[in-house]
Design a protein around this ligand. Sequence first.
Ligand code: APR
Ligand code: ZN
Ligand code: ZN
Length: 366
Amino acid sequence: MLEMRAAVLRGPEPMVVEQVELDGPEASEVLVRIVACGVCHSDFHVLRRARAGALPIPTVLGHEAAGVVEAVGSSVHTVEPGDHVVLAFRPTCGRCPYCVRGTPQICERPDRRSRSAAGKRPRLRLAGQPLLQGIGVGGFAEYTVMPEGGVIPIRKDVPLETVCLVGCAVTTGVGAVIYTAHIEPGCDVAVLGLGGVGLNIVQGARLAGARRIIGIDRVAAKFDLARQLGATDLIDASSENVLERVQAISGGYLDYAFEAIGRGETVRQAFEMIRPGGTAVAVGLTTEEVTLPGMGLLREKKLVGSMYGSASVMDAIPRMIDLYCQGQLCLDELISKRRPLEEINEAFADLQSGAVARSVLMIANR
Ligand code: APR
Ligand code: ZN
Ligand code: ZN
């Protein structure tokens, strides 16, 4: 058992960094010392739901983390102590029907539910009581224990406090474009929501050769960076009629729309703005009901869900990092602010106000 610092969410009050206990790795698990962890909107989603009583507490959030392997269980073969790793918030088992059919992003490993939901097998404890790991990682802490399938070895010549973003935003966003939608060069796309995930959809679309990339957000401060990453047109949802503007820009012929906000209403907007036969991709974490105009279905419009960018993380994460090293993907530009773990509540406030593209919490110096 290890004693360490973690940011604990106990209820409506601000999170507090305190001492917690972590059980060492079992045979198929890996102990990772976390160096940095990005703050993603999904964490905020869990925080809000937990504070409303819809999800169990206490919990440690954070699922966009990178670090160094400290110890491995006896049956672990893919990593060893000292390896640099990015953590994947949906560990894969490699054996279930989804994994073997090439869709590991929807892996149904039998122990998943027990790890994340009711915490039947919690690795973390707070004064002897079970402490949950918010989205499968518990990255706002000095260490975590993960199943081998969630620990992705990466090259050592990249800063962990930057490539942690590949653990969620980059893989989710770029993956939605190239693995979920498989867009064609020359197509026209729109991106609803220009946060950490949406900006990666923008740069994924640029990478894949889109012609027009229409960025949509209600905070105009996001537009400069979106333009820098490849957006050709920008729409301010707080003051403009989004559907009319998309219609005018695309001539009514928009091929793809990606929703990266997580609202039923904006998923519908994405569906409404695409051309007959086009594809709307729901990337954001939406728990609300989604209603669609049925006529769109008769026009062969498609709405597809995207989990973790439909990526095979073992393959996709090192690949995205190589694209960063080649200058094809921008990561440094996406990190507006780095803060010590103690400033976690300030980082969540920035996320909520839309003040940052991404904040990264620094957990250890390295
Ligand atoms: N119309 C347009 N833009 C909106 C709207 C709206 N109605 N509501 C919010 N936005 C913008 C915000 O201004 C912000 O720029 O959406 C963006 C969301 O960005 P972040 O808060 O940084 O969220 P991010 O981490 O990118 O996650 C986006 O993907 O993984 C999921 O759970 C996550 O659902 C969330 C989504
Ligand atoms: Zn995320
Ligand atoms: Zn599986």
